[in-house]
Design a protein around this ligand. Structure first.
Ligand code: DAK
Length: 257
């Protein structure tokens, strides 16, 4: 399918979605969100795809929501249009999704990266929630996800000042899982996607659900949920194959059942 604002590609079992508004540093307008939703839907329904990489270009992952589109909006319109719902689509993705970030990931760009399962960054990446500098606050989960990821002090400082964080700092505080040279970050993200794609798909789904429950529950509830999910892997042939192949000293042949 041809899109206007994104480019999609499939490499083996990894779907790749690139933001493609380079002149506007990949600023995210309604069309981007619409097309991103369609591409995710298509990749979720494609049984050849087991993991997704979401990326931009070397200058920008995305420099935020498109300010041209937001400038004329008023309170009633935002309420009426339910502006937030289509953005949350990324957080609801049913397959593992990796953000591969180079350059600017600001405002809504940073928020979209944080909706992904994890973030791999290039060494030139810059993260920030600069909404305060244009008279507003994060609106796509930034005050919540950034705070959970990096803690109150760092999140509050960034959100109150609009300061950008470089890749090194982002890795140190846990916003980013790994940093690579700019020449490697995308290949590394795709390679990571392929690694995940080579594992048992139902077990990957169960593992994601267990980690994600850490955001929504008390520790005790989360540990109980993990226990139930752990037990559920014992209903899978892939669990038996994984353990037996280890004991047989051979590579597992997962069949996703
Ligand atoms: N929107 C529109 N255009 C943008 C843009 C943006 N966010 N960011 C950059 N551009 C455009 C610039 O206007 C410029 O266009 P031309 O003048 O060439 O036509 C072009 O990209 C290149 O930008 P610069 O000339 O400024 O490039 P520099 O390298 O000098 O600076 C920069 C790069 C990233 C530091 C700077 O462009 C910048 O500060 N950009 C704005 C960053 C920002 O404020 N981002 C936060 C936007 S607010 C919600 C969902 C999401 C959101 C809210 C609610 N709901 C679902 C409820 C999100 C809000 C936001 O993200």
């Amino acid at each position: 399918m041809a899109y206007e604002t994104i480019i999609t590609e499939v490499r083996e079992s990894v779907g790749i979605i690139r933001f493609n508004r380079p002149k506007a540093l990949n600023a995210i307008n309604a069309k981007v969100i619409e097309e991103l939703g369609l591409a995710l839907e298509m990749m979720e329904n494609d049984s050849n795809i087991a993991a997704i990489v979401l990326t931009g270009n070397e200058k920008a992952f995305a420099a935020g929501a498109d300010i041209n589109e937001m400038v004329g909006k008023n309170f009633v319109e935002l309420h009426k249009d339910d502006f937030i719902k289509p953005w949350e689509r990324i957080a609801e993705c049913r397959k593992p999704i990796i953000a591969a970030v180079a350059g600017f990931a600001l405002g809504g760009g940073c928020e979209i990266a944080m909706m992904c399962d994890f973030i791999l960054a290039a060494d030139n990446a810059k993260f920030g929630q600069p909404e305060i500098l244009i008279g507003t606050i994060p609106g796509a989960g930034g005050t919540q996800r950034l705070t959970r990821l990096v803690g109150k002090s760092k999140a509050m400082e960034m959100i109150l000042t609009g300061r950008m964080m470089d890749a090194k700092e982002a890795e140190r505080v846990g916003l980013v899982s790994r940093v690579f040279p700019i020449s490697e970050y995308l290949d590394q993200a795709i390679k990571t996607g392929k690694t995940i794609a080579g594992l048992s798909r139902p077990v990957v789904v169960i593992a994601r659900e267990a980690v994600n429950s850490a955001y929504e529950t008390t520790l005790n509830e989360g540990v109980m949920a993990e226990r139930r999910l752990f037990r559920s892997t014992f209903a899978l042939e892939d669990r038996r194959e994984g353990m037996e192949s280890f004991l047989d000293k051979r590579k597992p042949q997962f069949r996703n059942i």
